[in-house]
Design a protein around this ligand. Structure first.
Ligand code: GCO
Ligand code: MG
Length: 420
């Protein structure tokens, strides 16, 4: 076949010229920031820019600073636009900036796929596996509540499960169901940050029971994870890793706060429990040392928070050199657009590990977002719709206006502010 003529290329470039960038903040059950990039041909793409509890900061940044610079650019130039928004602003990294870059990036991949008539996983290099293995969440007020929920998930076919339970003697804890019997991330409005108590001693004295009982009840075939939510010091985390070694965790997540990469060296020196971190990281620079030193086993950066498909792909490629696998963050404060972007990437990544899964959406959010994803036997299957296979219904979203909402904060029993 002869090469396309220059005029054909120009026509194509013209048809993908960006003519509109729309930023919509809606609250179909919880707040989401959605970007819609429209091209001259009418083909559009969508992206997720949700930063839980700071939604309006992202929306303003996008509307005031990013959108005007995109009009007139060629939507096909994903990498150049990524670099333009990263290097070109002088202020690099950061959750707000990177979520904006991420949303634009997802929308551009969506457009490229639609123009090519191919799902995004094909553009990345094609499928490396049948489906995307997930871990689901089992959370309860007591060990037996948590294990009952885990049992129900195992019956549905899930083979990897995150276990969280209340700490005896503390009212509420990270991940534990509230009185609404719903995930805390899905509670639509918390006009001020609620406070929750924390005691490392009470936690360390009780957590082993959960995993001992889980292995006794379910045997050795199910993979278990646990999220510490950054509440320990490195040496406490090292001790926890040793305590949990007999129960063969798939990984221990966010054992210590994320700023200090060197902390993971200390944990690593003491335990063979695999380690995962990354959901609040924004770039490859935030996890570079821990990856290249092989202090961690799974990197959990999310497409929305680490520069989109382009940012996550860079991290995945780098991590692959050091036996680190990707396990992207999949909490409900990421919109279905992010879940789709990650599912496409997971399907391709040679070093994919596991995907966090708490459902793609709720009954209410499904009125606004649609997606070509399904779940069966503990795996996500991605359809072959061109692009990301997602859509966003602006009219339906208008029925669910933004409501200010905060994540909780944590305090020690004497009142000291702690990591939530
Ligand atoms: C997870 C996360 C979430 C976060 C939430 C914050 O592992 O799924 O830790 O539960 O707390 O996404 O916005
Ligand atoms: Mg987590």
């Amino acid at each position: 076949m002869p090469a396309p003529s220059r005029s054909k290329i120009l026509t194509q470039e013209k048809s993908t010229t960006i003519t509109d960038v729309r930023v919509i903040v809606s609250s179909p059950g919880r707040n989401f920031v959605t970007v819609k990039i429209v091209t001259e041909s009418g083909i559009y793409g969508v992206g997720d820019a949700t930063v839980n509890g700071r939604e309006m900061a992202v929306a303003t940044y996008l509307k005031e600073h990013v959108a005007p610079c995109l009009i007139g650019r060629n939507a096909h130039q994903i990498e150049d636009i990524w670099q333009y928004l990263y290097k070109g602003v002088y202020w690099r990294k950061g959750p707000i900036n990177m979520a904006c870059i991420a949303a634009v990036d997802m929308a551009l991949w969506d457009i490229k796929g639609k123009v090519a008539g191919l799902p995004v996983y094909e553009l990345l290099g094609g499928k490396s596996r049948r489906g995307v293995t997930v871990y689901a969440h089992a959370t309860g007020d007591t060990v037996s509540d948590t294990l009952d929920r885990a049992g129900a998930l195992i019956d549905q076919g899930f083979k990897a499960i995150r276990l969280q339970t209340s700490v005896p003697g503390l009212e509420g804890s990270y991940g534990v169901l509230g009185d609404k019997k719903d995930y805390f991330e899905q509670q639509s409005s918390r006009p001020l940050p609620p406070e929750q108590p924390w005691s490392t001693r009470k936690y360390m004295n009780s957590i082993e029971d959960l995993f001992r009982e889980a292995r006794a009840r379910f045997g050795d075939d199910i993979a278990f994870t646990h999220d510490v939510h950054s509440r320990l010091t490195p040496i406490e985390a090292a001790r926890l890793g040793k305590i949990l070694e007999p129960y063969d965790l798939l990984f221990l997540e966010d054992a210590v706060a994320a700023e200090n990469q060197d902390s993971y060296r200390i944990i690593r020196e003491h335990t063979t429990t695999p380690l995962a971190i990354g959901e609040i990281y924004n770039t490859i620079w935030d996890c570079k040392e821990m990856i290249q030193n092989q202090w961690i086993d799974y990197i959990r950066t999310a497409a929305t928070h680490a520069g989109g498909i382009t940012g996550l792909r860079r991290i995945a490629e780098f991590a692959a050199l050091f036996h680190v696998r990707i396990a992207p963050h999949g909490a409900p404060d990421l919109s279905p657009i992010c879940h789709a972007a990650q599912a496409h990437l997971d399907l391709w990544a040679p070093n994919f590990g596991v995907q966090e899964y708490v459902g793609f959406g709720t009954e209410i959010s499904n009125q606004v977002f649609s997606y070509d994803l399904s779940i069966q036997d503990g795996m996500i299957f991605v359809g072959d719709t061109p692009g990301l296979g997602v859509d966003f219904n602006e009219e339906a979203a208008a029925d669910h206006p933004y409501k200010r909402s905060y994540l909780p904060v944590s305090r020690l029993e004497d009142g000291t502010l702690w990591s939530w």
